[in-house]
Ligand binder design. Structure first.
Ligand SMILES: Nc1ncnc2c1ncn2[C@@H]1O[C@H](COP(=O)(O)OP(=O)(O)OP(=O)(O)O)[C@@H](O)[C@H]1O
Ligand SMILES: [Mg+2]
Length: 260
């Protein structure tokens, strides 16, 4: 098993846990979608996997096990792997995470260098092949561009290319397409899935959109007010939702990928 989250509780600062009783598992190559309304704790849960919670956020209860090891007991070296090589993250707005006054190529190269790919030719070959994988035309031009010269969809593709370049075992994607128009959303989701499948990468995707979840995920975790509401095979959740809350989320979304 790649990831096991056991009765997880997460608190910010000294306050009582805002997230409680979250449990799920993920095998290599599997896709889990976490859905729920704003403030339900989705981002809090996925950030806790890498222990990168802001505002004094920390695991207060339960465990996160990565490849059987408790991530709260890890060495600094293991922690670095958990924040780059083994596990990587794609954000809602990858452009906002980039430095506006440095080229895409310079930032991509830095990212690779931090994680051990220091040879210039090797880095260049890796960057261009990854940009091609996410179907960005003319990789050389992309590398020479500044973030503001690219569209939102292109920046998300760059984000996916960077996040997948080191062949992570697990990709965490927090609303990776919600800032984009519906057509581009569908393309980006597909490119993310294709890249992950070709590398055997497991994905946890956070989304408001149960349509995206239905299209991508093997399993779905529905969250409300920091608690799990439903968890199970995607097909069961979509076809036989057990709660009014899930039915409401289902009713609220445009369909994607032909799921009825
Ligand atoms: N930095 C922080 N400091 C204190 N509390 C926080 C912080 N970030 C989040 N919280 C609390 O955790 C709750 C869950 O927030 P979280 O960002 O995980 O929700 P979410 O499901 O990702 O929402 P959204 O869909 O809007 O992104 C919030 O309602 C808030 O009370
Ligand atoms: Mg969030």
């Amino acid at each position: 098993m790649l990831l096991e989250v056991k009765d997880l509780g997460i608190a910010y600062g000294k306050r009582p846990p805002i997230v409680r009783h979250v449990s799920f598992t993920l095998d290599a190559g599997e896709v889990l979608a976490i859905v729920g309304e704003s403030g339900s704790g989705k981002t809090t849960v996925i950030r806790s996997i890498q222990h990168i919670l802001p505002g004094g956020g920390h695991i207060a209860e339960g465990q996160v096990l990565f490849e059987g090891e408790d991530t709260q007991k890890q060495t600094p070296a293991k922690h670095r792997a958990l924040c780059g090589r083994d596990v990587s993250m794609i954000f809602q707005d990858c452009g906002a995470m980039m430095n506006p006054i440095r080229s895409v190529g310079a930032q991509f190269r830095d990212y690779l260098a931090i994680h051990g790919v220091t040879d210039r030719d090797e880095a260049h070959a890796l960057m261009t092949s990854m940009l091609a994988m996410v179907r960005l035309p003319d990789p050389e031009r992309i590398l020479a561009s500044y973030p503001f010269e690219l569209s939102g969809g292109m920046r998300q593709r760059v984000g996916i290319a960077m996040a997948m370049a080191l062949r992570p075992k697990l990709l965490l994607a927090d609303e990776p397409t919600s800032a984009l128009d519906v057509t581009t959303q569908a393309q980006i989701v597909k490119e993310m899935m294709d890249a992950a499948r070709s590398m055997g990468t497991a994905i946890i995707i956070v989304t408001h959109n149960l349509g995206v979840a239905a299209y991508m995920a093997d399993r779905i975790l529905v969250m409300k007010d920091g608690r799990p509401v439903e968890y199970g095979p995607a097909e069961d959740i979509i076809r036989r939702p057990q709660t009014d809350y899930t039915r409401m989320l289902l009713a609220a979304v445009p369909r994607l990928g032909g799921v009825q």
